[in-house]
Design a protein around this ligand. Structure first.
Ligand SMILES: [Fe+2]
Length: 184
């Protein structure tokens, strides 16, 4: 009897892990592809009324997106980091300091929350708005997703002749990338 119970228990364990691996994998791949579509849609949207923004234009936004990909960890929301790349500077009025561009980007997000961003969760919208609002005025927040957004942007400071300082990065990965890439 004990042998039968052991056998059944081991069969159940192997089935469970088999199915949970498949489910996790499929759900992960599916979610990734949905997220990539959403980010692509936002990229297309911001290009519809695009005017050249010099240092803060589409080339910068694409690099922020690529930087963000390197900063994704299990604790970081990849959708928020990808959307941040294309929205954080979208409401800039000029290529200078324009200190209010972060808050303006956060306000803009509210205007497209039920259309362009209708599939983004309330929590993701909250993180995205906070990242946009704070990205020029706060060094780090302690929130892994918001901090990854900050570093994705800061790792592209080379475009304006500033070498990203590892000590000013908000995440561990950001510090590593900054020191590996820019330390002499
Ligand atoms: Fe930026």
């Amino acid at each position: 009897m004990k042998r039968i119970i052991d056998l059944l228990s081991s069969l159940m364990k192997s089935k469970k892990s088999e199915f949970s691996d498949i489910d996790t994998c499929t759900a992960g791949d599916e979610r990734k592809s949905i997220q990539e579509d959403m980010i692509k849609r936002v990229r297309e949207y911001v290009l519809t009324d695009y005017r050249e923004r010099g240092y803060h234009g589409i080339d910068h936004w694409d690099r922020v997106y690529t930087n963000g990909q390197q900063l994704i960890t299990r604790k970081v929301n990849a959708l928020v980091v990808g959307l941040f790349a294309y929205l954080h500077d979208y409401r800039r009025e000029d290529d200078g300091d324009d200190l209010q561009h972060g808050p303006r980007a956060a306000d803009f997000i509210d205007t497209v929350r039920d259309t362009l961003l209708k599939d983004v969760s309330d929590n993701e919208i909250h993180l995205l708005k906070e990242a946009c609002r704070l990205h020029t005025v706060v060094d780090r927040t302690g929130n892994p997703t918001i901090d990854a957004c900050f570093d994705a942007d800061r790792l592209d400071l080379g475009r304006v002749g500033i070498i990203p300082n590892p000590a000013r990065m908000a995440t561990k990965k950001g510090k590593e990338i900054a020191s590996d890439t820019f330390s002499r």
